[in-house]
Write a protein that binds this ligand. Sequence first.
Ligand SMILES: *Cc1c(COP(=O)(O)O)cnc(C)c1O
Length: 245
Amino acid sequence: MSIASNLERVQNQIAEACARAHRDPSTVALMAVSKMHPAEAVREAYEAGQRLFGENRVQEWQTKRAELSDLFALPPSGSSQSTRSPSPAAQAHLIGPLQNNKTAKAAEIFDAIDTLGSLKTAERLNAAAQSLSKTLRILIEVKLSPEDTKHGLAPEDLPALLRALQPLTHLQPRGLMTVPPFDENPETARPYFQHLRHLRDEHLTLYPTLTDLSMGMSNDFAVAIEEGSTTVRIGTAIFGKRTYA
Ligand SMILES: *Cc1c(COP(=O)(O)O)cnc(C)c1O
């Protein structure tokens, strides 16, 4: 199966899930998760029309992005991101954990950080974005299950973080993200998706830009769409199995 036909199949499945949930398919963005796949795979997806990409590691994306600079245009230096030309530029979001020593590089090579989990990281990202004269869109990653392998902020710490983000004017909070524990059965993820949506709804009055819900992966995105996802993050169903080196 080619990347183009995989993308088409996934788009159709998203449309079917939207129809079942009585949602407009234009309210669900497809993020192609290209981690552990080469730059050529990203280019192939781009040529098939894909513009939104997710990567897990700063170092890996730095290497791949260097081969894709014609697709992922940097904003002209000294101008704000809003003045950059819109399409056909692709966008890359960081969807993996962000280490403190990588915040400056992440602010430079990503259009958005979808895994913000602490005020300390937010302050570093804001300073880095400021010195790059850019505004970074961010999602707050919320940890809804106890495993050590999961990252993010505890739900009860969300109000304090949202308040503390307000003076950080180079960050633009856009919503919430979560990764539920993996289970073969997609129904197991449903309560986590519902929980994230409720958290978003609780804060929407005070923070009206907090609209995005990044939730759902290859095996559970249909359930995530039923529960209100606005961005599904799909790797395997588009690029095939990853080879863990
Ligand atoms: C790898 C990854 C994905 C994509 O997972 P698939 O099961 O391959 O679709 C989505 N989100 C995050 C945070 C990931 O690390």
